[in-house]
Design a protein around this ligand. Structure first.
Ligand code: NA7
Length: 536
């Protein structure tokens, strides 16, 4: 034991994850004069954008707003080339930030955190990596990302598949050539949709295995002109402030009109306008798509008509029509996605009824039919929000395991701290708006809250902060209550953990919107960290 302690590296804070949250957290804490280390399993920075390199990978938020705002020189100098940034450009940006702010010396790559145990005696976290390296830190910050732990279904025979096998969330670094290959893609969420459009252009034949048809709206991606970049940059501060005041922190806000307050014809005109604006703005055409089934039906029918207009083969068209609440699952953005199914080399197979029965060495079987494949692409998503956290053996006071505390779903206060796990912070984890909002301003808000909190504790020589149980219970209850008033429970989404067999069905992100959330976090601080126990 004494020997172990000797080999420990002593830090003020250890951050798990070198994505946008981890990098900014490092920057802030180093600014406070703390000794900090960031560990990440990847060989580079960028988090989810490091891993998700599949063909067509692209963010669904406007690039000029999917960027840090904390440094004016950075936001003025960086040039985005397209409306929606492609993965290589986001990764380039992440690397630029790491270099620009000299973050590299404190980032330790190819290092996976295996365990984090809290020592009540000295109020410190002991973090061990998979390779056995040990750290001792007063603060442990989980900047582990919401969409980083790949969901790989346990398909019978998967390991026996003789061809090449890929997961969109763990794509190889070298280019993958599908020329002359018979490719199968399982999954039609955002990743599947983006990958399908690109793989179809190369493969000899592409078979898409679809369990649930998605609503795919046209992205209308395009190059950004110098003039429009300059225009945005000239008023960046005002535009960012305006975005922060919207529900999701995006650059547009919902049209504050009910879809039911206008005639069907007028509603369609409004929806067409939203559609023409491109991307997720479509669902902001009216203000009640998330609340009223009747209003939602109008938006659903609009997209179904778009599909009916485009897809030529009647049987394929029928299969592509989604029938669930639109916006219940994350809306997908496409670029001529539905047109892809008019290509002679693309076919669509529904696995809704029979599931993927098994994978054979040479193909996939569903409905008793084997589809021959050379390559198999799993676009099956993530164990979202909690997957990367629960992979680490985290133990708080008296050895309590986080997975036990979260057995019925994640429970925490403000999405920031869990009772019984002092000095352990989660950045944009469950219980915070995170994935329902624009991740960049959301990350910045969390990182700034945590660094202000740590500065406060250190100024006052407080050695421990912990969420109080009653405050945590009230926060969880409040989150559940507002989520239950929306239409979000009506489908099997990853927000609910429904895509991972056995995962508790709990709506994980906070759905009250960024302004309300920010206000609550600020009020808690103003009241002297109300709901937290501070011990000196
Ligand atoms: P998603 O959105 O979770 O999509 C995963 C897709 O894989 C979805 O179509 C699933 O069908 C399908 N899937 C998952 N498991 C299976 C099994 N066992 N059999 C057949 N099909 C399956 O993940 P993405 O990576 O596309 O996107 C995640 C987020 O990244 C996205 O929302 C954006 O925020 C960015 P299902 O719908 O569950 O029936």
């Amino acid at each position: 034991m004494a020997e172990d302690k000797k080999s420990e590296q002593t830090l003020d804070a250890l951050i798990v994850g070198a994505g946008f949250a981890g990098m900014y957290m490092l920057y802030k804490l180093r600014g406070l004069g703390l000794s900090v280390r960031v560990v990440d399993a990847a060989s580079g920075v960028g988090g989810t954008w490091y891993w998700n390199r599949y063909p067509g990978a692209r963010c669904d938020v406007d690039s000029m707003f999917y960027s840090y705002s904390f440094d004016e020189a950075l936001e003025q100098q960086w040039e985005w080339t397209e409306r929606y940034p492609a993965q290589p450009e986001i990764l380039e940006y992440a690397n630029h930030v790491a270099g620009r702010f000299d973050l590299w010396p404190d980032i330790q790559l190819e290092t996976r955190a295996a365990s984090a145990h809290y020592d009540d005696g000295d109020a410190r976290w002991r973090i061990e990596t998979e390779s056995g390296e040990a750290f001792s830190a007063q603060f442990c910050i989980l900047a582990t990302g919401c969409l980083s732990s790949a969901n790989k279904p346990d398909f019978e025979g998967l390991d026996d598949f003789a061809g090449r096998q890929f997961h969109t969330g763990h794509w190889p670094h070298e280019p993958v050539d599908f020329t002359g290959r018979r490719v199968g893609v399982i999954g039609t969420g955002s990743s599947g949709v983006q990958a399908i459009q690109e793989i179809a252009k190369q493969a000899e034949h592409l078979t898409v295995f679809q369990r649930t048809a998605s609503y795919v709206v046209e992205a209308f991606n395009r190059p950004l002109t110098t003039e429009e970049q300059l225009e945005t940059k000239a008023q960046y501060a005002e535009l960012r402030a305006a975005a922060k005041s919207t529900f999701g922190g995006f650059s547009m806000s919902a049209n504050d009109v009910s879809a039911l307050s206008v005639s069907e014809e007028e509603c369609r005109r409004g929806l067409q306008e939203g559609w023409d604006n491109g991307g997720i703005a479509f669902l902001a055409s009216y203000n009640d798509f998330g609340l009223s089934e009747e209003a939602n039906l109008r938006a659903q029918e609009f997209v179904r008509d778009k599909i009916r207009e485009v897809v030529k083969d009647p049987e394929t068209m029928e299969k592509l029509l989604p029938h669930h609440i639109i916006g219940c699952k994350r809306l997908c953005l496409g670029t001529h996605y539905y047109e892809t199914y008019n290509r002679p080399n693309v076919s669509l197979v529904s696995v809704a009824e029979n599931g993927v029965e098994r994978i054979t060495p040479t193909g996939l079987v569903t409905g008793g039919v084997e589809y021959p494949l050379d390559d198999l692409v799993l676009a099956t998503g993530f164990d979202a929000m909690t997957g990367s956290i629960s992979r680490i053996d985290i133990r708080g006071r008296a050895g309590m395991e986080l997975k036990t505390a979260w057995a019925a779903g994640p429970r925490n206060y403000l999405g920031l701290m869990t009772n019984g796990f002092p000095n352990l912070f989660t950045i944009t984890g469950p219980g915070s708006p995170s994935v329902l909002s624009n991740m960049m301003p959301t990350i910045e808000q969390h990182v700034e809250w945590v660094s202000d909190c740590i500065a406060y504790l250190r100024d006052r020589n407080v050695r421990e902060i912990d969420a109080k149980l009653d405050a945590q219970d009230a926060w969880v209850e409040h989150g559940n209550e507002i989520a239950s008033k929306t239409l979000r429970y009506s489908c099997s989404s990853w927000y609910l953990g429904a895509n991972v067999p056995g995962k508790p069905r709990v709506f994980m992100p906070y759905i009250g919107g960024m302004p309300a959330y920010r206000e609550k976090c600020d009020a808690v601080v103003a009241a002297g960290y109300e709901g937290f126990a501070l011990t000196g």
